[in-house]
Design a protein around this ligand. Sequence first.
Ligand SMILES: C[S@@+](CC[C@H](N)C(=O)[O-])C[C@H]1O[C@@H](n2cnc3c(N)ncnc32)[C@H](O)[C@@H]1O
Length: 193
Amino acid sequence: MHISLERHLDKFIAGRTGVKVLFPLCGKTIDMRLLADQGHYVVGVDIAERAFQEFFIEQNLEYTEEQLKNVDGKLFKSMDGRIKLYCMDFYLFTKEMEGHFNAIWDHASVVAINIEDRIKYSQLIQEVMSPDCKYIISAIQYDTSKLPGPPHNVSENDLKELFPNFSVQQFDEIDRSYMYKVHGILKIFKLNG
Ligand SMILES: C[S@@+](CC[C@H](N)C(=O)[O-])C[C@H]1O[C@@H](n2cnc3c(N)ncnc32)[C@H](O)[C@@H]1O
């Protein structure tokens, strides 16, 4: 589990059961397994098919694989249906596919996308948020003159512009300098509707 999810699981789940969680640009993060094991429902979206195959093999989980009907991509699903991983371009994901989400874990995701795609990304996210949605974002901040990115810096102000109907609260900071070879701080934000 990523240290930040571990530290903030209580705020993310907020005492709820059977939470439907979206992991945009999920890769093969083990956080998806952890939440599914706790009885929640996980939907991940990523373009990298290999990440999904590795996820299920590494987690020793049986899965099914099927072609999506109305969009170019595949759905990988654990046998108990608690983990559904959509292998497709995230910008083609729609609320018709999985409805609304009660929680979104955005780790190294909004920071990974092209800066010119941010508005498209934030609009899509807002379309799939349920009214009780807890949306937590971890975003790296570092001196971009020393490293070009991605990951790109995403500041509190950037998030306020991208999500104008939400208040943005920063509630944690983690030193990540060891990962980026420059002074890097991971800031954790929560969006409140
Ligand atoms: C930095 S990784 C983060 C993975 C994961 N969130 C984590 O914390 O480990 C960024 C991921 O975004 C995926 N990605 C980038 N652009 C995408 C797109 N347009 N649609 C779907 N996935 C995309 C990449 O395949 C990659 O797995």
